[in-house]
Write a protein that binds this ligand. Structure first.
Ligand code: SAH
Ligand code: SF4
Ligand code: F3S
Length: 457
């Protein structure tokens, strides 16, 4: 299927009766996790079992993220600590995959300073893993495959982490070049998957009983722009909505510059589509947004929010915010605080700006101290905590349909799940309910979740 069958047989033959195990760790976004599932799928075809214990593994693959320096530092720390492990077990094979490998200075650094690494596998080269591995087993000290094939490894099998939640990449890469962001450099230009492939995959997942389908792309709103007008994202949502089965459809991320009325209509009109929109704003200051190359102003962003709230004043929005973009002034930061108070997000994901070499923002002067940035971050989180606590109260007395996810880590005998609005809901229930939809009447709100009572149907 992926042209690897001969090599896969060779690898199986190499290990023979030895039970060989792999540890695959993903560090990045959901797309990265999805790639990790494909790496596992390929390894499973090669006869690998899986372990979480690095001392047990014959092969360790670190599937990395490059979006912030802290993510890269973590990986370098882990690779560094694996030197000892490798000394005690020389047959151990260590591979680095994911977005870090697409930066040539990082690939060089790995090669130069981390001889314990055997394999470097680029984001477009997942299907090249068997060949690299076989070379290594034959005694080649180091191998890398970081070529940009432009394919999406769609034909690669996948071992999904969950039996009821699945993510489905609908497109790869990004054309937006926000000035702070490394993703377009490490993931290449935007490529949409064929609509019939996506629909077939969702149909198969629905038939298998998956309850949540997460459509993934760096900017799902521009899905299809390379398909000659054949299919837009709102159209794709409607097609997926028409697939038989009891499941909820989520998607990430939506770039505000491309959030159209058609998208909003589709969200409201499609019964399977979650009543929640993750709409990353990044900053409340139009001047900062301009320097970020986001191609919308704060006013334009708020006009989208208003259009949504006109249809449903209680609609659930979440966002991403970068604190401390180069030369962000006190006024700029205050504009962000004003914006989050005005929008009343249910949740925000906030990050202190991290300089990524090769991006435009890395060349911008930055007079703001790390201390001030830290202070701003704390203030932002504090304000959001108050907003969430207050805003979550609107759910009290309502019944929410919740996909039970796991046992609660906070309270014994309780389960945790997510509502259509992407709100965490905690309720009393048996673990056997995990993976199914339950109706929960909401009785209280905290700043991170709501609590309720399960209504037996
Ligand atoms: N394509 C998605 C974002 C993917 S990265 C989108 O445009 O919404 C996820 C988030 O990481 C971004 O929304 C941004 O808030 C944050 N981020 C990206 N680059 C960053 C950097 N250099 N420093 C800090 N945060 C960053
Ligand atoms: Fe990065 Fe901007 Fe593309 Fe998102 S839209 S991946 S933030 S460049
Ligand atoms: Fe995702 Fe990180 Fe790559 S956010 S696309 S894994 S740089």
């Amino acid at each position: 299927m992926n042209g690897n069958s001969e090599i896969i047989s060779e690898i199986k033959a190499y290990y023979g009766e030895h039970r060989h195990t792999a540890l695959v760790r993903s560090f990045g976004c959901q797309l990265n996790v999805s790639d990790g599932e494909k790496i596992k799928g390929l390894l499973s075809e090669m006869g690998f079992g899986f372990t979480e214990d690095e001392n047990e593994a014959d092969l360790i693959i670190l599937n990395t993220c490059a979006v912030r320096e802290s993510a890269e530092d973590r990986v370098f720390g882990i690779v560094g600590s694996m030197k000892k492990l490798k000394e005690t077990k020389p047959s151990l094979i260590i591979g680095i995959a994911g977005c870090m490998t697409a930066q040539s200075h990082i690939a060089e650094k790995i090669k130069r300073s981390y001889p314990q690494v055997d394999i470097v596998l680029g984001t477009s080269a997942i299907s090249g893993l068997p060949a690299l591995l076989m070379d290594r087993l034959r005694g080649v000290r180091y191998g890398e495959d970081i070529a940009e094939y432009g394919d999406f490894s769609a034909a690669v099998p996948q071992i999904r982490e969950s039996s009821f939640k699945a993510s489905v990449p609908i497109m790869f890469g990004c054309n937006n070049f926000c000035t702070y962001c490394i993703v377009p450099y490490v993931r290449g230009r935007e490529r949409s998957r064929r609509p019939e492939d996506i629909i077939a995959e969702v149909r198969e997942l629905a038939a298998k009983g998956y309850k949540e389908i997460m459509l993934l792309g760096q900017n799902v709103n521009s899905y299809g722009s390379d398909l000659g007008g054949e299919m837009s994202f709102p159209q794709l949502l409607r097609e997926i909505n028409a697939i038989d089965g009891d499941f909820i459809v989520r998607f990430m991320s939506s770039h505000p510059k491309d959030a159209s009325d058609e998208l909003i209509d589709a969200i409201f009109e499609c019964d399977k589509v979650a009543k929640h929109l993750h709409l990353p704003v990044q900053s409340g200051s139009s001047e900062v947004l301009r320097r970020m190359n986001r191609r919308y102003t704060a006013e334009k962003y708020l006009s989208i929010v208003d259009r949504i709230y006109e249809r449903d004043p209680d609609f659930s929005l979440t966002t991403d915010i970068i604190v401390g973009f180069p030369d962000e002034s006190d006024e700029d930061f205050q504009a962000t605080i004003d914006l989050i108070k005005r929008v009343k997000y249910d949740n925000i994901y906030s990050f202190i700006y991290s300089k990524r070499s090769g991006t435009k923002a890395a060349e911008m002067p930055d007079g703001t101290s790390e201390e001030v940035k830290g202070q701003r971050m704390r203030e932002l989180l504090e304000v959001q905590r108050e907003i969430s606590t207050e805003h979550y109260k609107r759910f009290i007395g309502r019944t929410m349909r919740v996909l039970a996810d796991d046992v609660s880590k906070k309270k014994k005998g309780f389960l945790t799940g997510k509502s259509s609005e992407f709100i965490i809901v905690e309720f009393e229930g048996e673990p056997s309910l995990i993976g199914s939809f339950v109706d929960v009447e909401i009785t209280g709100a905290m700043n991170w979740a709501v609590v309720g009572r399960r209504i037996e149907s």
